[in-house]
Design a protein around this ligand. Structure first.
Ligand SMILES: *Cc1c(COP(=O)(O)O)cnc(C)c1O
Length: 222
Protein backbone atom coordinates (compact mmCIF):
# COMPACT_ATOMS: atom_id res chain seq x y z
CA UNK A 1 0.00 0.00 0.00
CA UNK A 2 1.31 3.36 -1.00
CA UNK A 3 0.32 6.40 1.06
CA UNK A 4 0.53 8.76 -1.92
CA UNK A 5 -1.62 6.52 -4.11
CA UNK A 6 -4.26 6.40 -1.39
CA UNK A 7 -4.25 10.18 -0.88
CA UNK A 8 -4.43 10.65 -4.64
CA UNK A 9 -7.53 8.47 -4.90
CA UNK A 10 -9.19 10.23 -1.96
CA UNK A 11 -8.55 13.60 -3.63
CA UNK A 12 -9.93 12.32 -6.93
CA UNK A 13 -13.14 11.08 -5.31
CA UNK A 14 -13.74 14.20 -3.23
CA UNK A 15 -15.47 16.45 -5.81
CA UNK A 16 -18.04 13.77 -6.70
CA UNK A 17 -18.65 12.68 -3.09
CA UNK A 18 -18.20 9.04 -4.14
CA UNK A 19 -17.37 6.72 -1.24
CA UNK A 20 -14.33 4.49 -1.28
CA UNK A 21 -14.62 0.85 -0.30
CA UNK A 22 -11.12 -0.58 0.18
CA UNK A 23 -11.24 -4.19 -1.00
CA UNK A 24 -8.85 -6.01 1.30
CA UNK A 25 -9.34 -9.68 0.36
CA UNK A 26 -6.08 -11.67 0.65
CA UNK A 27 -4.40 -8.67 2.33
CA UNK A 28 -2.98 -8.94 5.84
CA UNK A 29 -4.30 -7.32 9.01
CA UNK A 30 -1.13 -5.20 9.05
CA UNK A 31 -1.89 -3.83 5.61
CA UNK A 32 -5.48 -3.10 6.60
CA UNK A 33 -4.36 -1.46 9.85
CA UNK A 34 -1.96 0.78 7.90
CA UNK A 35 -4.81 2.03 5.73
CA UNK A 36 -7.03 2.43 8.77
CA UNK A 37 -4.34 4.63 10.30
CA UNK A 38 -4.63 6.90 7.26
CA UNK A 39 -8.34 7.30 8.00
CA UNK A 40 -9.99 4.58 5.88
CA UNK A 41 -12.98 2.96 7.63
CA UNK A 42 -14.86 1.02 4.93
CA UNK A 43 -13.33 -2.32 3.97
CA UNK A 44 -14.68 -5.05 1.68
CA UNK A 45 -14.07 -8.78 1.97
CA UNK A 46 -15.13 -11.77 -0.15
CA UNK A 47 -14.66 -14.79 2.09
CA UNK A 48 -16.47 -15.40 5.38
CA UNK A 49 -13.68 -17.22 7.22
CA UNK A 50 -11.07 -14.67 6.21
CA UNK A 51 -13.32 -11.81 7.27
CA UNK A 52 -14.03 -13.36 10.68
CA UNK A 53 -10.33 -13.78 11.39
CA UNK A 54 -9.53 -10.21 10.39
CA UNK A 55 -12.51 -8.67 12.15
CA UNK A 56 -11.42 -10.22 15.45
CA UNK A 57 -8.00 -8.56 15.20
CA UNK A 58 -8.85 -5.11 13.89
CA UNK A 59 -10.51 -1.96 15.35
CA UNK A 60 -14.21 -2.31 16.07
CA UNK A 61 -15.19 0.90 14.28
CA UNK A 62 -14.27 -0.53 10.87
CA UNK A 63 -17.33 -0.78 8.64
CA UNK A 64 -17.07 -4.23 7.06
CA UNK A 65 -18.81 -4.82 3.74
CA UNK A 66 -19.29 -8.33 2.44
CA UNK A 67 -18.91 -8.43 -1.36
CA UNK A 68 -18.38 -12.12 -2.19
CA UNK A 69 -20.84 -14.89 -2.90
CA UNK A 70 -22.60 -15.70 0.36
CA UNK A 71 -24.08 -19.07 1.27
CA UNK A 72 -27.15 -18.96 3.49
CA UNK A 73 -25.53 -21.22 6.12
CA UNK A 74 -22.78 -18.63 6.68
CA UNK A 75 -25.08 -15.66 7.21
CA UNK A 76 -25.29 -16.17 10.96
CA UNK A 77 -21.55 -15.57 11.36
CA UNK A 78 -21.64 -12.19 9.64
CA UNK A 79 -24.84 -10.64 10.92
CA UNK A 80 -23.63 -9.79 14.45
CA UNK A 81 -21.13 -7.23 13.13
CA UNK A 82 -21.43 -6.70 9.38
CA UNK A 83 -22.13 -3.15 8.20
CA UNK A 84 -23.41 -4.00 4.74
CA UNK A 85 -23.92 -7.12 2.63
CA UNK A 86 -23.46 -6.08 -0.99
CA UNK A 87 -23.95 -9.48 -2.60
CA UNK A 88 -27.61 -10.33 -1.97
CA UNK A 89 -28.58 -12.36 -5.01
CA UNK A 90 -31.69 -14.26 -3.90
CA UNK A 91 -34.82 -13.89 -1.84
CA UNK A 92 -33.73 -16.90 0.19
CA UNK A 93 -30.53 -15.14 1.20
CA UNK A 94 -32.37 -11.94 2.08
CA UNK A 95 -34.80 -13.93 4.25
CA UNK A 96 -31.92 -15.55 6.10
CA UNK A 97 -30.22 -12.19 6.68
CA UNK A 98 -33.46 -10.73 7.97
CA UNK A 99 -34.03 -13.68 10.31
CA UNK A 100 -30.60 -13.43 11.92
CA UNK A 101 -30.69 -9.64 12.02
CA UNK A 102 -33.93 -9.89 13.95
CA UNK A 103 -32.36 -12.35 16.41
CA UNK A 104 -29.43 -9.96 16.86
CA UNK A 105 -31.74 -6.95 17.13
CA UNK A 106 -29.93 -5.23 14.30
CA UNK A 107 -30.87 -3.77 10.98
CA UNK A 108 -28.50 -4.98 8.27
CA UNK A 109 -27.98 -2.90 5.16
CA UNK A 110 -28.15 -4.93 1.96
CA UNK A 111 -27.38 -4.27 -1.67
CA UNK A 112 -28.94 -6.38 -4.38
CA UNK A 113 -26.26 -7.80 -6.62
CA UNK A 114 -27.32 -7.41 -10.22
CA UNK A 115 -25.95 -9.38 -13.14
CA UNK A 116 -24.95 -6.78 -15.74
CA UNK A 117 -21.98 -8.40 -17.46
CA UNK A 118 -22.16 -10.32 -20.72
CA UNK A 119 -20.17 -13.13 -19.14
CA UNK A 120 -21.30 -16.47 -17.82
CA UNK A 121 -19.35 -16.53 -14.59
CA UNK A 122 -20.66 -13.62 -12.54
CA UNK A 123 -23.25 -13.91 -9.79
CA UNK A 124 -26.29 -11.73 -9.48
CA UNK A 125 -29.98 -11.28 -10.14
CA UNK A 126 -31.27 -10.76 -13.66
CA UNK A 127 -34.05 -8.23 -14.18
CA UNK A 128 -36.89 -10.74 -13.99
CA UNK A 129 -35.58 -12.10 -10.69
CA UNK A 130 -35.09 -8.56 -9.44
CA UNK A 131 -38.67 -7.55 -10.24
CA UNK A 132 -40.03 -10.59 -8.43
CA UNK A 133 -37.83 -9.93 -5.41
CA UNK A 134 -38.87 -6.27 -5.18
CA UNK A 135 -42.52 -7.22 -5.44
CA UNK A 136 -42.21 -9.93 -2.78
CA UNK A 137 -40.30 -7.75 -0.34
CA UNK A 138 -42.81 -4.92 -0.74
CA UNK A 139 -45.79 -7.21 -0.12
CA UNK A 140 -44.14 -8.75 2.93
CA UNK A 141 -43.14 -5.37 4.32
CA UNK A 142 -46.78 -4.38 4.41
CA UNK A 143 -47.31 -7.30 6.76
CA UNK A 144 -44.41 -6.33 8.97
CA UNK A 145 -41.88 -8.81 7.63
CA UNK A 146 -38.38 -7.92 6.33
CA UNK A 147 -38.13 -5.31 9.05
CA UNK A 148 -34.51 -6.11 9.97
CA UNK A 149 -32.98 -5.91 6.51
CA UNK A 150 -32.77 -2.70 4.60
CA UNK A 151 -32.33 -2.59 0.86
CA UNK A 152 -29.91 0.29 0.43
CA UNK A 153 -29.31 -0.05 -3.29
CA UNK A 154 -27.46 -2.34 -5.68
CA UNK A 155 -24.04 -3.61 -6.67
CA UNK A 156 -22.75 -4.93 -9.96
CA UNK A 157 -19.63 -5.84 -11.86
CA UNK A 158 -19.06 -4.93 -15.48
CA UNK A 159 -17.57 -7.36 -17.98
CA UNK A 160 -13.82 -7.90 -17.98
CA UNK A 161 -13.20 -6.22 -21.30
CA UNK A 162 -11.14 -3.45 -22.87
CA UNK A 163 -14.30 -2.24 -24.60
CA UNK A 164 -15.12 0.98 -22.75
CA UNK A 165 -18.39 1.48 -24.60
CA UNK A 166 -19.63 -1.88 -23.41
CA UNK A 167 -18.56 -1.19 -19.82
CA UNK A 168 -20.34 2.16 -19.93
CA UNK A 169 -23.53 0.55 -21.27
CA UNK A 170 -23.47 -1.98 -18.44
CA UNK A 171 -23.04 0.77 -15.84
CA UNK A 172 -25.86 2.81 -17.38
CA UNK A 173 -28.12 -0.20 -17.00
CA UNK A 174 -27.13 -0.66 -13.38
CA UNK A 175 -27.85 3.02 -12.75
CA UNK A 176 -31.35 2.57 -14.20
CA UNK A 177 -31.90 -0.46 -12.01
CA UNK A 178 -30.81 1.61 -9.00
CA UNK A 179 -33.49 4.19 -9.88
CA UNK A 180 -36.06 1.40 -10.09
CA UNK A 181 -35.10 0.09 -6.64
CA UNK A 182 -35.42 3.64 -5.28
CA UNK A 183 -38.91 3.92 -6.68
CA UNK A 184 -39.85 0.56 -5.16
CA UNK A 185 -39.00 1.76 -1.65
CA UNK A 186 -39.92 5.44 -1.66
CA UNK A 187 -39.78 5.81 2.13
CA UNK A 188 -36.44 4.00 2.58
CA UNK A 189 -32.89 5.38 2.37
CA UNK A 190 -31.91 3.75 -0.94
CA UNK A 191 -28.65 5.61 -1.39
CA UNK A 192 -25.91 3.24 -2.50
CA UNK A 193 -24.98 2.43 -6.08
CA UNK A 194 -21.87 0.28 -5.69
CA UNK A 195 -20.16 0.17 -9.08
CA UNK A 196 -16.62 0.53 -10.33
CA UNK A 197 -13.43 -1.42 -9.61
CA UNK A 198 -9.75 -0.59 -10.17
CA UNK A 199 -9.93 -1.02 -13.94
CA UNK A 200 -13.18 0.81 -14.63
CA UNK A 201 -14.01 3.17 -11.76
CA UNK A 202 -13.64 6.47 -13.70
CA UNK A 203 -16.40 5.34 -16.08
CA UNK A 204 -18.53 4.20 -13.13
CA UNK A 205 -18.25 7.64 -11.51
CA UNK A 206 -19.27 9.34 -14.74
CA UNK A 207 -22.34 7.11 -14.81
CA UNK A 208 -23.49 7.90 -11.29
CA UNK A 209 -21.72 5.51 -8.92
CA UNK A 210 -21.90 6.45 -5.24
CA UNK A 211 -19.34 3.86 -4.08
CA UNK A 212 -16.31 2.40 -5.84
CA UNK A 213 -14.74 -0.87 -4.70
CA UNK A 214 -10.99 -0.67 -5.16
CA UNK A 215 -8.53 -3.43 -4.33
CA UNK A 216 -5.58 -3.57 -6.71
CA UNK A 217 -5.32 0.20 -7.03
CA UNK A 218 -4.93 0.65 -3.28
CA UNK A 219 -3.19 -2.48 -2.06
CA UNK A 220 -1.36 -3.54 -5.22
CA UNK A 221 -1.74 -6.77 -7.16
CA UNK A 222 -3.13 -9.80 -5.35
C1 LIG B 1 -12.05 -8.18 -5.75
C2 LIG B 1 -13.26 -7.36 -5.96
C3 LIG B 1 -13.18 -5.97 -6.18
C4 LIG B 1 -11.87 -5.21 -6.31
O1 LIG B 1 -11.22 -5.53 -7.50
P1 LIG B 1 -9.93 -4.72 -8.01
O2 LIG B 1 -9.93 -4.97 -9.46
O3 LIG B 1 -8.75 -5.29 -7.31
O4 LIG B 1 -10.14 -3.28 -7.68
C5 LIG B 1 -14.37 -5.26 -6.30
N1 LIG B 1 -15.56 -5.86 -6.21
C6 LIG B 1 -15.69 -7.19 -6.01
C7 LIG B 1 -17.05 -7.79 -5.93
C8 LIG B 1 -14.54 -7.98 -5.89
O5 LIG B 1 -14.68 -9.30 -5.73
Amino acid sequence: MNRNDYSGIIEKLKPSGVQLLAVSKTKSVEEIQALYDLGQRDFGENYVQELLEKQAQLPTDIRWHFIGHLQTNKVKFLVPFIYMIQSVDSLKLLLEIDKHASKNQRIVRCLLQIFIAREESKFGLDETELDLLLLTVNRNRQEGRFSHSQISGCMGMASMTENKTQIREEFVRLRMIFEKIKMSFPSDPVDTLSMGMSSDYPIAIEEGSTMVRLGTLIFGER
